[in-house]
Design a protein around this ligand. Structure first.
Ligand code: SAM
Length: 237
């Protein structure tokens, strides 16, 4: 089994708790902000890639329900069945099953036909994929012309213009997060892997170039919390 699958297999049951512990709940605000960038309309089909336990999908469906948009579908795709199982249970508990479907699959090789979706979302997932260029070209392929690509991801190089905060952030992510992983999930190694994957991910400028190279247009991004994370936007022409 590949490292990423093993890591998420191990963290699945504690994943939601750990997100809150590691980010002091801030990930919820970022996800709200991210989800607000999709404007639900009747008939729209969304693909949420690396959707894990459904955090983004639940927000999208709730936003659609609030606007009385009921002919709206979100397909949650993830490589890890255990994460999806946790997501399905949460969906049932929250009464948020209408319009939701769950698919095991690899972001690098999607099983959907060309031009299927109106919106493609991926949150905190693309940095775990081995071939980011393949993920982007698959995103482009399955989006309809005019479709929107949205990616929320943690970025390296946060607090570049604030050295004191940068050293605190580096210490927190490299030293404290693995300890929290040990304390709350009895799994230091997985959380070490997850923070290291942030450092390996391209910065906002480089990632924007990769999105452009995948043929997307109107590529732009919005930094969150001094560049700790960013929302990337692009459209398929
Ligand atoms: N999007 C969710 C959220 O924001 O809470 C889950 C994010 S979680 C950090 C990353 C997810 O990416 C995991 O559920 C993992 O199984 C999934 N993943 C990793 N590599 C993948 C791939 N190649 N294809 C699909 N999913 C993948």
């Amino acid at each position: 089994m590949c490292v990423v699958r093993e890591v998420f297999e191990r963290v699945a049951s504690k994943y939601d708790l750990m997100n809150d512990v590691m980010t002091a709940g801030i990930h919820r605000l970022w996800k709200d902000q991210f989800a607000a960038h999709t404007h639900p309309v009747n008939g729209a089909k969304v693909l949420d890639v690396a959707g894990g336990t459904g955090d983004i999908a639940f927000r999208l469906i709730s936003n659609a329900n609030k606007r009385a948009v009921y002919d709206y579908s979100v397909t949650v795709l993830d490589i890890n069945e255990k994460m999806l199982e946790v997501g399905k249970q949460r969906a049932t508990q929250r009464g948020l099953t209408r319009g939701l479907s769950w698919v095991v699959g690899n972001a690098e090789q999607l099983s959907f036909p060309d031009n299927t979706f109106d919106v493609y979302t991926v949150a905190f997932g693309i940095r775990n994929c081995t071939h980011i260029d393949k993920v982007l070209s698959e995103a482009y392929r399955v989006l309809k012309p005019g479709g929107k690509f949205l990616c929320l991801e943690l970025s390296p190089g946060a607090f570049q213009d604030a050295p004191f905060l940068k050293s605190f952030y580096d210490k927190y992510s490299f030293e404290i997060v693995p300890i929290l992983g040990q304390l709350f999930a009895a799994d230091r190694q997985s959380y070490q892997y997850l923070v290291e994957s942030i450092r390996r991910f391209p910065d906002q400028k480089k990632f924007s170039e990769m999105i452009t190279n995948a043929k997307f247009e109107r590529v732009c991004h919005e930094n969150l919390f001094n560049g700790v994370a960013a929302i990337h936007f692009a459209w398929k022409p």
